[in-house]
Design a binder for this molecule. Sequence first.
Ligand SMILES: *Cc1c(COP(=O)(O)O)cnc(C)c1O
Length: 429
Amino acid sequence: MSNYSMNTKCVQAGYTPGNGEPRQIPIVQSTTFKYATSEDMGKLFDLEASGYFYTRLQNPTNDYVAAKIAELEGGTAAMLTSSGQAANFFALFNICECGSHIVASSSIYGGTFNLIAVTMAKMGITVTFVSPDSTEEELHAAFQENTRAMFGETIANPALTVLDIEKFAKVAHAHGVPLIVDNTFPTPVNCRPIEWGADIVTHSTTKYMDGHGAAVGGAIVDSGKFDWMAYPDKYPGLCTPDESYHGVNYAEKFGKEGAFITKCTVQLMRDLGCIQSPQHAFILNLGLESLHVRMPRHVENAQAVAEFLQKHPKVTYVNYSGLPDNKYYALAQKYLPNGGCGVVSFELKGGRAAAEIFMKNLKLAAIETHVADARTCCLNPATSTHRQMTDEQLVEAGIPAGLIRLSCGLEDKADLIADIEQALDAISE
Ligand SMILES: *Cc1c(COP(=O)(O)O)cnc(C)c1O
């Protein structure tokens, strides 16, 4: 399908049924697969033949959907995981081990920040966080002799910073290290990081890819471009025999195009088991079939809401990279020419008290710790996710008490704006 446009790939890539086969991706609801002889099965275990033997490692439903995501991102191989957290952990842990070091943007999802800064630290993997606005020199300075990966988010959740992917990739490659980009917020419809030099792309498919708030999931895509064999001392897990898997050398046997995902599947998924259920993969694919139709509407609604809020006297500032006065407008024009995503954040002049009244009065927008849903939802971090912090601590963290994160859904934008307007009206002057 590689010659078709993004729109066509969203609908049809990954699965091409033969004569008389199901038109829709079949849900292969089976943990295991049958073989006539032990020799047949032995070839699969030796990775001499491809095929299925146990759903923890691979399942046809998951593979159809992963193949679609690989095509959307322009990668050579992909796999699904049980969540976005698992996707980022697997992508990093596939090339890092005790004693390794990661350079990561400080502007990333809170769950990923904890994963890297706290949980992976317990495994002996250290990190240097860098500002996404760092100069090339500052980025170079963060690298160490044991650095094995660089990490960032195309549009960070929730700060909405835009990553200069080309700059990050250039610095990572100068140190012989791959750049891993979490592309959850724009999705491949709005940005394809591989085209800008990213080596590995990850997703929380829980967000726009599913898009209906129905299934938690994740995905990892390999660009097939990083030459592991050029750095065998850095990536022994890929470039030397895996004694836990019959001495296979992944880079030699599967090449640049297949080594990363093969190792991640047969080693990490085998041992850690964060598999996505075939049912969830099926639901995810229903979301993917309309991703190219939904993303432009999320962007259109967010742009209209951001422009409305910017003019409102009860709003201090609006953070949306589609607004010309936004700090990331120029980067967004470069990497996200068709818009970024549906998430907008803004601060109410009246602080915490105004935020409470505003949230209480919304009728269409529901209060949720979720984003990227067909239904508009919103969150006031000060009274929910960050409620243990004082107003002073919140300001220091860049999350003032009056900050609202609004994820614009697919409703009519006039209805959304009317809802926001009446909720703002309820705040007394
Ligand atoms: C939500 C999110 C994650 C974590 O994904 P889950 O599916 O909730 O595990 C990772 N990265 C980003 C950018 C996210 O928004």
